[in-house]
Design a protein around this ligand. Structure first.
Ligand code: GLY
Length: 313
């Protein structure tokens, strides 16, 4: 016969078991950093300087994300990013640490390092997200210099687009998402972009939205996305990936589950690219994309390499 005492003893254990993440028992590989696309190699190099010195994953992902932000030849992140239809370069970014703290900026103009402003939002304000002129005022108050982000190259490309004046939000887009596991086993992530080229002024994609462009749960893993932000927001993409890993899916299978959900629910999925990248608590990584061509940069103590993402099409 089950006594009341037996029941009281068993309920919390059963409840806890139901919510415990089911991570594989493979030996943990750490530190490790992964980031989207081939320009992730340079980002990883900067992040690795911190990780290899036993630094914090949160500092590493910020340092990595700042690399493409400062590169005027990268037309989808930071300085040199392609502008919106009105010729304005507007940046979206977010960052998340190992205890679930996060900060975000959207539609931010004139500041190169949107990721560092996002970090300041997290650390120096009572909020998670600041947008537009309010985000700019905050950045300036925090000491960030105001700069022109529209390079001559980007201005010319915008002029050419205006001559054609067509727009569909389906161009492939190369956001940087970066995830790191540090030497003490803590996970963090960051994501930063100038968003879709020639977007409507005021358009915000997935990249600054916690749960869409980035999500980290230090008990389970982290995920980030690149590609058409509208498609990712509709399925809360990165959160979907992390929840699949919580149920025991490998990083690659978790990314595939999220991509297949987009394909199931968005009939025009063949017209655009979305890729998810994930890193779990054991330091295992994986990625899955709608279309061919997605790569991610992987850096461990064994070195750095570009890994081809598996794709649906
Ligand atoms: N994934 C970047 C964007 O859609 O803005």
């Amino acid at each position: 016969m089950i006594t009341r005492r037996d029941l009281l003893k068993s309920i919390p254990i059963a409840a806890a078991a139901a919510t415990l993440p089911r991570i594989s028992r493979a030996a943990t590989q750490k530190p490790v950093v992964v980031s989207t696309w081939n320009f992730g190699m340079d980002a990883n190099r900067e992040a690795w300087k911190i990780l290899s010195a036993n630094g914090r994953s949160f500092d590493a992902v910020e340092a990595g994300a700042r690399v493409p932000e400062a590169d005027p030849n990268n037309h989808s992140v930071g300085m040199g990013g392609y502008p919106d239809r009105d010729g304005k370069v507007t940046l979206d970014a977010c960052i998340m640490d190992e205890i679930g703290n996060c900060g975000s900026v959207a539609d931010l103009e004139h500041i190169v390092h949107a990721i560092s402003v996002a970090r300041k939002v997290m650390e120096k304000s009572p909020h998670v997200m600041l947008v537009g002129p309010g985000a700019l005022d905050f950045a300036i108050a925090q000491g960030f210099p105001k700069e022109n982000l529209l390079t001559e190259d980007s201005r010319k490309a915008w002029g050419k687009w205006k001559a054609d004046n067509h727009y569909t939000p389906k161009e492939y887009h190369d956001t940087i998402g970066i995830l790191a596991l540090d030497s003490v086993g803590n996970l963090s992530g960051a994501c930063t972009t100038s968003g879709l080229a020639w977007k409507y002024h005021g358009r915000v994609g997935d990249s600054p939205i916690i749960g869409a462009g980035l999500f980290v749960d230090n008990e389970v893993g982290g995920a980030c996305s690149t590609g058409k932000g509208e498609a990712v927001i509709k399925i809360a993409g990165s959160h979907t990936v992390v929840e699949a890993m919580r149920r025991g899916a490998s990083p690659q299978d978790a990314c595939e589950e999220a991509v297949r959900r987009i394909a199931k629910k968005q009939s025009d999925y063949r017209e655009f690219q979305v890729a998810f990248l994930a890193l779990n608590k054991n330091g295992e990584s994986g990625a899955f994309a709608i279309a061919k061509g997605f790569q991610y940069a992987l850096t461990t103590s064994a070195g750095s390499k570009l890994v081809d993402g598996v794709s649906l099409l």
